[in-house]
Design a protein around this ligand. Structure first.
Ligand code: NOJ
Length: 514
């Protein structure tokens, strides 16, 4: 990897208040001149700049105009599942606030807006038996307003809110859900695909599968150790591939769009120079990212390491076959190469060491024989799982380029949260820590793009506005815009980060001073 040779110490004046003393570094903790200096320069002229949201996190109107219940409606309505029993019944009320949402997007001057469709708003019981026209109308209106404002929609089909009726039939554990997802995707391509050119099938399957089916921290809240996660992932990968083929076979020629998938990964760094710790970082990446990226981008099959490790553990547990399912030859062919682009969500980096787990209990974490954590001296955020480590972002991007043959990439999420429990609105509006996060991460992305040759096409900040942060309810704020959840009108107010991000967008990066 080259170092950031173009870095200058004279920074644009607007950046200065957000930098550490030396003027070249964002964080006092990260001051290695070759690794951490801010990079100056611009992104390619066609670079996509945007913000991201998801239906359940912002829309509200959970049972209006014919929408069916989703697993998140049911999960959040059950006492004790979400912080202070918060839910997304109203959320940011975006179902009634297209004007306000588009106004913010115009103010930011984004070229793209990533949002998701609520499957149950369009198909109340998840199947194409009944199509809810009001749901389609809402999304058509939103898309039309975006296009009028010259903002391209980037649409996620599945951001975690499965129709409850399908969950009642087994959800992602049942392979008929693959067919229902494909029918839903087909309908969305047909109805909206003349105006949408960027589609994402699934958002972060790693997260909704692990937390939804093994730890129980996300809907549907199941705690099945060891086997279910792999079976569910198998169905989700097949559903992704099927929808991609549907687009390719029926719509691509006419609509000229692209279909990808959004995966999340942390960057792992070894706890020591030992071979075993270094190998543990590879396992970490393969289990988190490779689980999905390898079948879809490489060869239609799971990473070798994953296959070996789950098989070994399964045998130690007295099983005759692996808990990791296998793809047939035909399924491999159908899965391989089914992403026109990779969407990547990056938030943080972890320290990783080898740590052998006993044979039982069986579990996704136990299969990996490792432990991970954050260094205590890294910068903090409002969430214990999120510590800003910008240089990990560049390293992850470089790894993806090398491993997967430099696929076209969109950063579909990256962002910082502070605590929503802090009721002081003025303090929340002066969100300098979020600004530091964006400046430092976008600068690392610029290095990846300009110095490392990573084929990155765009960047979507998470999130447009404060919203329902899943099991943490409204206790974490990720927004560029503040939302007052105590006011029934849910007013939105620009934070400092919104102004800074807009400036970066208009400059297309961090150009040298004139
Ligand atoms: C990933 C998820 O896609 C999004 O829904 C969530 O709010 C952010 N990360 C922050 O945790």
């Amino acid at each position: 990897m080259e170092s950031a040779t173009t870095v200058k110490s004279d920074t644009q004046s607007w950046i200065k208040p957000f930098l550490a003393d030396s003027d070249r570094f964002v964080y006092d903790q990260f001051t290695d001149p070759t690794r951490d200096s801010l990079m100056r320069g611009k992104f390619p002229p066609t670079f996509a700049w945007g913000v991201a949201t998801a239906a359940y996190q912002i829309e509200g109107a959970w049972d209006e105009d014919g929408k069916g219940p989703s697993i998140w409606d049911v999960y959040s309505h059950k006492e004790g599942n979400v912080y202070q029993n918060h839910n997304g019944d109203v959320a940011c009320d975006s179902y009634h606030k297209i004007d306000e949402d588009v106004k913010m997007l115009k103010e930011l001057k984004v070229s793209h807006y990533r949002f998701s469709l609520s499957w149950a708003r369009i198909l109340p019981d998840g199947t194409v038996k009944t199509v809810n026209q009001s749901g389609l109308t809402y999304y058509r209106n939103l898309i039309d307003r975006l296009l009028e404002a010259n903002i391209q929609p980037m649409v996620t089909l599945y951001h975690w809110d499965l129709p409850q009726a399908l969950q009642d039939a087994g959800g992602w554990e049942n392979d008929t859900t693959i067919v229902h997802f494909n029918n839903y995707a087909d309908l969305c391509f047909r109805e909206l695909g003349d105006k949408v050119k960027l589609w994402i099938t699934f958002n972060e399957p790693y997260e909704f599968i692990r937390e939804g089916y093994e730890t129980g921290c996300l809907a549907p809240g199941l705690e099945h150790q060891g086997t279910t996660v792999y079976r569910v992932a198998h169905n989700v990968i097949k559903a992704h591939a099927k929808a991609w083929h549907t687009y390719s076979n029926t719509y691509r020629e006419r609509q000229n769009g692209y279909v990808g998938i959004t995966l999340v990964s942390n960057w792992p760094i070894p706890a020591s120079d030992s071979k075993t710790d270094i190998e543990a970082t590879e396992r970490f990446l393969q289990f988190m990212l490779g689980w999905f990226a390898h079948p879809i981008l490489v060869n239609g099959d799971y990473p070798e390491i994953m296959k070996q490790d789950v098989l070994r553990k399964s045998r130690e547990q007295g099983l005759t076959s692996s808990r990791l399912p296998t793809f047939s030859k035909n399924e491999k062919t159908l899965t391989k190469g089914t992403a026109d682009f990779l969407g990547l969500n990056y938030y943080t980096t972890r320290r990783v060491r080898h740590a052998a787990s006993p044979a039982l209990p069986a579990g996704y974490m136990e299969d990996q024989d490792l432990k991970y954590w954050h260094d205590q001296d890294w910068p903090t955020s409002g969430a214990s799982w999120l510590r800003p480590v910008p240089w990990g972002f560049r390293k992850l991007l470089h790894w993806i380029k090398e491993r997967y043959g430099n696929p076209p990439l969109y950063i579909t999420e990256n962002g910082y949260c502070d605590s929503g429990a802090d009721a002081d609105k003025e303090r929340q509006l002066s969100d300098n820590d979020r600004v530091k996060y964006y400046i430092s991460h976008i600068s690392e992305l610029l290095k990846a793009c300009r110095l490392d040759g990573v084929d990155v096409r765009g960047y979507m900040a998470w999130s447009l506005m404060d919203n329902f942060e899943w099991s943490d309810g409204y206790s974490y704020r990720f927004g560029l815009y503040h939302v007052d959840f105590d006011d029934q009108n849910r007013p939105r107010t620009a934070k400092t980060s919104a102004k800074v991000y807009s400036r970066i967008i208009q400059d297309n990066g961090f150009p040298e001073m004139e």
